[in-house]
Ligand binder design. Structure first.
Ligand code: ATP
Ligand code: TPS
Ligand code: MG
Length: 310
C-alpha cells in the first residue's frame, strides 16, 4: 500500500478532518503543519546542510501557503548522526538564519537527538490564516485548474545530480536544492480559490489528491504545462521526459482551482505577485485526472508521482 492508502485506512478514521496541507489550531486563526526530510529519501548524503536547513523550512512553508496562510514560526526536530561536527552545524544554522529573516519567522523550540544513523529533520511549522482557509475539497465542476511557476525543474535537477542529464546553467539543480514556497500567491488567492495543494509528490498525483477530496475529475493539457527554458530544452530533445515533468515532484508550486469568473483576477494576481500562473485544464465530473497531449489524445503514465512504501 502507498502512504495515502495507509493514512486513509488507519489515520483518517481517528479524525475525519485531516487531509489538507495544514490544519487550523483549535478554531483559531493559527495554522500548523509538519514535514519530515530523511537523508537518502528526500536529499542526498552530500547535500549542503545550508540547503537542508532551507529545504526543511520551505517544504513546510509551502504547505502553509497551500491553505492561504503566512508562516509564523517553527519547532525544529533534529535526528543527527553521532559524529556530526561543527562544520555541519555552522552551515545548517546559516541556512536557518537566512530563512528566518527571509520569511520573517521565529524558531520556537524543538528537540535534538543523535543516533547511529542518518540525518532526519522533522519541522512543525505554524502559520497565520489568510482571508479564508483553502481546503483540498472545494473544487467544483467547470472550475479552472491553475498552476504557479514552472513544473518539472526540480525532478530534472535531481536527474542532473544523478548525472543522467546535463544542467549547464545550474537552474534545474537550483530548483531541486532550494524551493520557493508561494506564500504571497497563496494569500492572494485565499479569498476565491475553490481548492489548492502544493506540488510535492508530482503534478498528477497532487491533482489527484484534490480530485479525491473534492469528488471530481480533472482534464489537463500537457502542452499547457508551464516549462522553464531549461526544462523545455530537455523535453524537446527527449519528449519522453514529459512523463517526469508530469509526475516528478519537489517543485513546491501551487496547484489550485477557481471558478472561471475569477479569470481576470488571476491574471492581476499573477502580475502583482510576480509569479506566472498558467491555466492548464478544468474540473470535470469524473474521478480521475486525465492528461491529454497536443492532439487531444489521453496520455498513459507509468506512475502518477512519488510514493513512500513501494
Ligand atoms: N502520520 C500522520 N498522522 C496524522 N495525519 C497524517 C499523517 N501523515 C499524513 N497525515 C495527513 O494526511 C494528509 C496528507 O499528508 P501528506 O504528507 O501526503 O501531505 P502533503 O502536503 O500532500 O505532502 P508532503 O508531505 O509532501 O507535504 C495531510 O493532511 C497530513 O496532515
Ligand atoms: C535523494 C532524493 N531522491 C528522490 C527524491 C524525490 N522525492 C523524495 S520524497 C518526494 C516527495 C515529497 O516527499 P514527502 O511526500 O515525504 O513530503 C520526492 C519527489 C528526492 N527529493 N531526493
Ligand atoms: Mg503539501
Amino acid at each position: 500500500m502507498r502512504e495515502f492508502e495507509y493514512i486513509k485506512r488507519y489515520l483518517k478514521p481517528l479524525d475525519n478532518s485531516i487531509g489538507d496541507d495544514a490544519a487550523t489550531l483549535a478554531n483559531s486563526s493559527y495554522l500548523v503543519t509538519k514535514d519530515i526530510l530523511i537523508e537518502g529519501v528526500h536529499f542526498f548524503s552530500n547535500y549542503l546542510p545550508y540547503n537542508l536547513a532551507k529545504k526543511s523550512l520551505r517544504t513546510n512553508f509551502s504547505d502553509i501557503a497551500a491553505v492561504g496562510g503566512t508562516p509564523y514560526g517553527y519547532m525544529l526536530g533534529l535526528v543527527l548522526p553521532n559524529n556530526v561536527d561543527d562544520l555541519w552545524w555552522e552551515s545548517f544554522v546559516a541556512g536557518l538564519k537566512e530563512d528566518n529573516k527571509y520569511f520573517q519567522v521565529k524558531l520556537l523550540g524543538g528537540d535534538t537527538t543523535a543516533h547511529n544513523g542518518k540525518v532526519i529533520i522533522s519541522v512543525t511549522a505554524f502559520g497565520i490564516k489568510g482571508d479564508r482557509f483553502i481546503y483540498r475539497s472545494g473544487a467544483g465542476l467547470g472550475d479552472l485548474v491553475c498552476v504557479s511557476g514552472t513544473i518539472g525543474d526540480a525532478a530534472l535537477g535531481l536527474l542532473a545530480y544523478q548525472g543522467i542529464i546535463r544542467d549547464s546553467t545550474g537552474r534545474l539543480k537550483g530548483r531541486y536544492d532550494i524551493p520557493e514556497p508561494r506564500v504571497t500567491l497563496g494569500q492572494a488567492i485565499s479569498d476565491f480559490a475553490s481548492s489548492c495543494i502544493d506540488i510535492s509528490d508530482g503534478l498528477i498525483q497532487d491533482a489527484q489528491h484534490i480530485c479525491e477530496l473534492s469528488n471530481v475529475g480533472m482534464e489537463l493539457h500537457s502542452d499547457k504545462i508551464p516549462l522553464s527554458f531549461a526544462a523545455r530544452e530537455i523535453v524537446e530533445k527527449k519528449p519522453d521526459y514529459i512523463d517526469l515533468v508530469l509526475t516528478g515532484g519537489d517543485d513546491y508550486e501551487l496547484l489550485f482551482t477557481a471558478s472561471s469568473e475569477h479569470s481576470n483576477k488571476i491574471e492581476e494576481i499573477s502580475q502583482k505577485c510576480r509569479v506566472n500562473i498558467t491555466k492548464i485544464g478544468h474540473v470535470t465530473d469524473g474521478k480521475e485526472v486525465i492528461v491529454r497531449d497536443k492532439d487531444n489524445l489521453p496520455i498513459t503514465l507509468k506512475n502518477k508521482g512519488f510514493v513512500h512504501f513501494i
